[in-house]
Write a protein that binds this ligand. Structure first.
Ligand code: ATP
Ligand code: MG
Length: 248
């Protein structure tokens, strides 16, 4: 791994890139994942590379939704495993939620490598290696999933998802929590709860919210979830960004 001096003004951002490059060399990050990350970085600049207050609220409400779910599943792809694999395992244990590896560019080799990576962090089981169901409306390899996981889930957390899959999951009647730095993406626009934040901040924050919310009564958590207006949130994010740009 390349050594980045801590004094470098872009230290954090460069460290994140290095994690993805390392994941690519190990064969579990897809080459297009590197490009997708670049799109995310551009939006991260626009929000100031920090969790804005309204996104902290989104993280809180999304955590409440995971806590009240019957069968919550966290969907993992290559970038997610490289950037926050360990945190996703911790979150899945705390909620508790199942973990399923689900890839846009499905390859059995990459699935196996990501499963191994998550197991290294103590996850067991990790679903996804033996798909026995299909997400309706997606073409063959992309639609494959596990019956006890994503197929039967009522709530799916999809960090860094593509718009098609998000829409297909919603059409199946599921509630989808998306983490996407781009408030304008199809994913962001179609999710039940969108979190416009970097996954490297969002998942650790959701772990923190789990600790705070996990002993609250179900009615309290349900009221939080029911009060969420995702369209308003996305409008507020865009207005935050435009105000920020106008004040520079
Ligand atoms: P659509 O959702 O409109 O179909 P897409 O999913 O095809 O768009 P991609 O570039 O394939 O677009 O997906 C990557 C998405 O993930 C981008 O919207 C980008 O903003 C977001 N993204 C990338 N890296 C991160 C990250 N570290 N944290 C949060 N979001 C990220
Ligand atoms: Mg997307």
């Amino acid at each position: 791994m390349m050594k980045i001096p801590k004094s470098h003004p872009r230290y954090e951002s460069l460290t994140i890139r290095e994690k993805l490059a390392e994941g690519f060399r190990k064969g579990f990050v897809h080459e297009t994942g590197l490009i997708a990350h670049g799109r995310g970085e551009a939006f991260d600049y626009l929000i100031g590379e920090k969790t804005i207050d309204i996104s902290n609220d989104a993280e809180k409400v999304a955590t409440a939704l995971l806590l009240v779910a019957e069968n919550p599943v966290i969907s993992i792809n290559g970038n997610t495993a490289a950037l926050v694999g360990k945190d996703c395992v911790e979150l899945s244990k705390k909620i508790p939620a199942k973990l399923e590896v689900n890839l846009f560019h499905r390859s059995e080799d990459r699935i196996r490598k990501i499963v191994m990576e998550l197991k290294k962090f103590g996850a067991d089981p990790v679903l996804g290696e033996n798909p026995d169901a299909r997400i309706e409306g997606l073409d063959h390899p992309r639609g494959l999933c596990s019956r006890e996981g994503i197929y039967s889930a009522d709530v799916v957390l999809v960090p860094l998802e593509d718009g098609d899959r998000c829409e297909a999951l919603i059409k199946m009647g599921k509630k989808v929590i998306a983490i996407d730095l781009n408030p304008l993406s199809r994913t962001s626009q179609s999710a039940t709860i969108t979190i416009v934040d970097n996954v490297v901040r969002a998942i650790p924050n959701m772990i923190k919210w789990t600790d705070i919310l996990k002993d609250r009564p179900k009615e309290y958590l349900e009221a939080l979830v029911n009060s969420w207006d995702n369209e308003k949130y996305l409008r507020d994010v865009l207005s935050y960004i435009s105000k920020r740009i106008n004040s520079i």
